[in-house]
Design a protein around this ligand. Sequence first.
Ligand SMILES: *[C@@H]1O[C@H](CO)[C@@H](O)[C@H](O)[C@H]1NC(C)=O
Length: 196
Amino acid sequence: MSSSINISILAIVIFPSLLFFLPRTIIAMLEPNSPKLLKNACIGYTKGWNSSFCLEIMKSNPQIVLAKDLLHLTLSIIETGLINAIKTQIYMEENRKENILESRRALDQCHNLYHHIIGVYKGALIHVEKQKLYDVAGAEFSIAANNAEYCENWLNIHDIIDTHISSGNKVIKYLSLTGYNAVNDLMIADWITKRI
Ligand SMILES: *[C@@H]1O[C@H](CO)[C@@H](O)[C@H](O)[C@H]1NC(C)=O
């Protein structure tokens, strides 16, 4: 009896001090449905990163906003990315015929790149949802972000101005990097759970 009281006293003393020392991202993970969850996912480390734009994309999908924890946030990001990538790819297919040969080549390259983006997002879905292979999913998000950037480069090289594809590229880039942040946090959370 006295030892169980001791343990609960210990827990009361240790737990808050543990919270005090945990980085802010971890605290956000412990607060379900917190706007901090979105804010942390939108922290950018690259030049020209726009956190407000990132939050705008995230908030455009209620599923992302309502995500009750980091796992559901990640899964919603993957779903949103998949839907967006498929839409952009369909748009490329529909507009391919109307294009002159030179720009068709760029469009074909983008189409291929989007084929890969869709593939890695499908992979990330399985790796996060079923296998908890967050590091693999992180690599997949980074491939997706790069591919969107390569597509944008192809458009630039061939002087193609297509706001539809460019905004698609931007959305994939932002979603992939937020996904990358989210799986990194999942990896840390997983590591802490195993330690406690
Ligand atoms: C960042 O994004 C917000 C929201 O879309 C926009 O209003 C703002 O102009 C952007 N800032 C820059 C520097 O591009």
